[in-house]
Design a protein. Structure first.
Length: 229
């Protein structure tokens, strides 16, 4: 299973792209670690989509989410701190997930020209974090970033979000439920260069970028492995 990334995505009848808006809580000090942000964002996307499409979902939220899912799965990752983080939490339809010392807010999809002002004012792009220490990781879903491309933390977060969405949609109901009950835990790492071609050939989920930011069109950014074939 593969999917094109954000950039040219999810156009509605008016030709306006739709996107899932994702906000990462990033204070200046202490700043979260790069891998922790990727892991938290990846899990948050899967958990949010389950909430947005589950039996208890608001009908409007469900309709908007399914409309967005019917096309390319564009995601816009933003960062917020202080009052900006707090204000966007008041926007209706937000799902918040906290894990690995990182908070992530996922907002119901909508047209990119109708983003709530409290979200639209938050910065897109330029989020670059580091791992001050090797992160401790666990989880049956393993996400591998392409070792031949360099992505900012924000771009990589969008890519791993695509991957977990595709993993979730590929699982049986029983397997998906079990994974979600485990908070959709994932491991994230950069693939070994010598293993990348094998991963491309064998991974059940492959994310291909549309090439509108940071990488050229058609670049594979992430592959996902899981034990539930």
């Amino acid at each position: 299973m593969s999917e094109n990334d954000s950039g040219y995505d999810g156009e509605g009848p008016t030709g306006v792209p739709w996107a899932l808006q994702v906000v990462v809580h990033v204070e200046k000090s202490p700043a979260p670690q790069h891998t922790d942000v990727l892991r938290a964002t990846a899990s948050a996307v899967a958990l949010a989509l389950d909430a947005f499409t589950g039996p208890d979902a608001d009908p409007d939220v469900l309709e908007r989410t399914e409309r967005w899912r019917s096309g390319p799965i564009r995601k816009v990752v933003r960062r917020a701190r202080g009052a900006g983080w707090t204000r966007q939490l008041a926007v209706p339809g937000v799902f918040v997930h906290a894990a690995h010392r990182v908070e992530v807010a996922v907002h119901v999809p909508g047209p990119v020209d109708e983003v709530d002002p409290e979200i639209a004012r938050l910065q897109v792009g330029g989020l670059i974090l580091e791992d001050a220490e090797p992160p401790e990781q666990s989880g049956d879903v393993r996400l591998f970033l392409n070792p031949h491309v360099t992505l900012t933390t924000g771009k990589a977060a969008a890519q791993v979000g695509h991957a977990t969405q595709l993993v979730l949609e590929s699982l049986s109901t029983r397997r998906a439920t079990a994974w979600l009950e485990d908070n959709a835990e994932v491991q994230v790492s950069v693939a070994d260069e010598g293993e990348w071609e094998h991963l491309l050939a064998t991974a059940p989920v492959v994310v291909v970028d549309g090439g509108f930011t940071e990488v050229v069109p058609g670049t594979t950014t992430v592959v996902a492995l899981h034990p539930w074939r």
